[in-house]
Design a protein around this ligand. Structure first.
Ligand SMILES: [Zn+2]
Length: 265
């Protein structure tokens, strides 16, 4: 292929990338093989052998109830289609998969759409109350949707918070989409703009958090670890905020979105 033809081909790919969508069947295929449920990243207390049985039982009850909530894929529109998205190796969920390449944890999945697209429609994974935050460390601007997890007997076991990070809320609001404080329905449009300046290119950092009823729900724990710290999940992070930290007292932890039926990769 000569150089002009190569450039033309690349341009054609760029131009078509905004128009290509995955059908519902293609999205289902992306789900891959059915295997055992992927592991969540829970509070280190959960994994500690000593003294944790009552706590583990409490958490297990919560998780069993929480996983009944089947999410709407955050990029899927009302017609059941998603724009073509990809996920880099470091953008997957799990311990040691942080984007920094230093075996830090990544408690979310990162969806990159097309060729660094920023005009990306995103939809509520579940019913709940939306809130928006600006100037958040690491996330910059994000939208969170919060919903209680209720047992069959009516007990409130805690809450699920899904977090859409690296958004451009200014552009959303300029376009008339102001979500702060609103109740949203599963599948409802919640944002139309990714932030263009995110490190590594625009992407949706989609995170699922679990909280106990008495947890304040501050968005201050994050799965990153300091370089040189143990990589297992039984240790609380002592990293400074620039790496985020994982505080034993804040919440249950982070769910792998696949445990809520979200097709990721
Ligand atoms: Zn991320």
């Amino acid at each position: 292929m000569n150089r002009t033809k190569a450039i033309t081909t690349v341009l054609a790919l760029v131009m078509t990338s905004t128009a290509t969508f995955l059908s519902a069947d293609e999205i289902a295929k992306k789900g891959g093989k059915k295997t055992a449920p992927p592991s969540d990243m829970l509070t280190p207390l959960y994994y500690l052998p000593a003294d944790g049985n009552a706590f583990r039982i409490e958490v297990d009850r919560f998780i069993a109830a929480a996983r009944k909530e089947s999410f709407h894929q955050p990029l899927r529109n009302a017609a059941g289609k998603s724009p073509r998205f990809g996920m880099r190796r470091m953008g997957k969920f799990g311990a040691g998969k942080g984007p920094g390449g230093n075996k830090s944890h990544h408690a979310a999945v990162d969806f990159h759409v097309g060729n660094r697209e920023t005009n990306v429609a995103m939809y509520a994974a579940h019913d709940g109350r939306a809130s928006t935050v600006r100037d958040a460390p690491k996330y910059r601007q994000y939208l969170a949707i919060s919903k209680n997890v209720v047992a069959e007997n009516g007990d409130i076991l805690g809450k699920i918070v899904t977090l859409y990070a690296h958004l451009d809320l200014d552009q959303d609001e300029a376009a008339g989409l102001a979500m702060n404080g609103k109740m949203v329905r599963k599948g409802e449009l919640v944002s139309k703009h990714l932030y263009s300046g995110t490190r590594g290119g625009p992407h949706l950092h989609f995170e699922v958090r679990y909280y106990r009823p008495h947890d304040k729900g501050t968005e201050t724990f994050y799965g990153f670890r300091f370089p040189g710290q143990p990589t297992d999940l039984t240790h609380e992070s002592v990293a400074p905020w620039s790496y985020g930290y994982w505080n034993l007292k804040v919440g249950y932890g982070f769910a792998d979105p696949r445990n809520h039926g979200v097709i990721c990769y």
